[in-house]
Design a protein around this ligand. Structure first.
Ligand code: ZN
Ligand code: ZN
Length: 353
């Protein structure tokens, strides 16, 4: 199925062969989890070119692929195969090939085949998740909910942001997940930094604490943000929290198949703009997620991609006020034929700890 789709795309691009070099794309297309090697896909053949270390593993994992084990330089192996198969136009992943690899390939293919840069071929296939992928991601989100529930018993005055991040990481590791990015734990005034990774700052009474974390489960990532308050919120904290929550709920409600990413972004953004906080929401509303934490399409003012059932995206508006702090609330949603389905069960009501 994936091979058929990729071949159709290759035909549209006038390619005889396609080199998959990106690690996530290689796994997505073949199931091979080794850390080196590349795929060469033609209209009637599919090869996994890798080295001796992965000989057995490649044969076991990459169903439907012919495994070619090379010695010496991988680029020479590619050159030999391309020559044997008589391929003329060979697509490569412009966004996932280093300049050094490009040089190596160019040398090996000189006078043999033309290297054609492509963008988004496999990534395009990855946008709509299969039922199996959705099931894995649902489990990732369930464990992530449990991690949030766990951390609520840990956040209190006197602990540092780093201690909170470490506690979250340990919980995830104990539950078959590996952290998929540097966790953001931003308390008090640090909350005005959308990407305030955990620091040595001590959490104090009255602080908002924004927690943004996620992990890989069976190679697929979760990503969640909740903002909690330590003690009782002030009126201003309550007002900002309610505004962000309203924008978040409106964003989820707007995330429907057939809409453009920019239209979904606009619905949530308008609510924040209307409340006079336009300059305090400086990032996109959300991003797709899967084998990577940030994938396309985006809910952003500049993404005109039409949203389709089976896509999984985040909806994460925030308000960040320098010197005061900030609030962000993030869910992952699955796009369906009807309303988007929120993948978490963690409450979005303001939690007072
Ligand atoms: Zn996040
Ligand atoms: Zn996110």
């Amino acid at each position: 199925m994936k091979l058929q789709q990729l071949r159709a795309d290759m035909a549209r691009r006038g390619l005889d062969g396609f080199l998959v070099t990106g690690a996530e794309n290689r796994y997505y297309m073949s199931g091979f989890t080794g850390s080196s090697g590349l795929l060469l896909i033609t209209h009637d053949d599919a090869l996994l070119i890798t080295d001796f270390r992965y000989k057995e593993q490649a044969a076991r994992q990459a169903e439907g692929y012919r495994v070619v084990v090379y010695e010496g330089q991988i680029f020479d192996a590619v050159g030999n195969v391309v020559r044997e198969l008589g391929l003329g136009r060979l697509g490569f992943e412009a966004e996932r090939t280093t300049y050094a690899s490009f040089e190596g390939l160019s040398r090996a293919l000189d006078g043999v085949a033309e290297l054609v840069p492509t963008r988004g071929a496999v990534e395009g296939l990855r946008m709509v998740k299969s039922p199996e992928e959705l099931e894995i991601m649902a489990e990732a989100c369930r464990i992530t909910d449990a991690a949030f529930d766990h951390i609520l018993g840990f956040v209190r005055p006197g602990v540092t942001e780093k201690e909170i991040a470490t506690e979250l990481k340990v919980f995830m590791l104990k539950h078959d997940m590996t952290p998929s990015f540097d966790f953001i734990v931003a308390s008090g005034a640090r909350g005005s930094m959308p990407h305030g990774v955990a620091s040595d700052k001590v959490v104090e009474k009255g602080d908002f604490v924004t927690l943004d974390f996620g992990g890989f489960y069976k190679r697929y990532s979760s990503d969640i943000t909740r903002t909690v308050v330590v003690g009782k919120p002030t009126d201003e904290q309550r007002r900002i929290y309610d505004l962000v929550l309203r924008a978040q709920l409106a964003g989820v409600a707007a995330a429907r198949a057939g809409k453009r990413g920019s239209e979904v972004d606009a619905v949530a953004r308008e609510i924040i703009n209307q409340a006079g906080h336009k300059e305090h929401f400086g990032h996109g509303l959300g991003h797709a997620i899967g084998l990577e934490v940030h994938e396309n399409p985006r809910f952003s003012p500049t993404d005109s991609t039409v949203i389709q059932p089976g896509m999984v995206l985040s909806v994460e508006p925030g308000v960040y006020i320098p010197g005061w702090g900030g609030v962000r609330i993030e869910d992952l949603v699955v796009i369906t034929d009807g309303d988007a389905r929120v993948m978490y069960s963690s409450t979005k009501e303001l939690i007072e700890l």
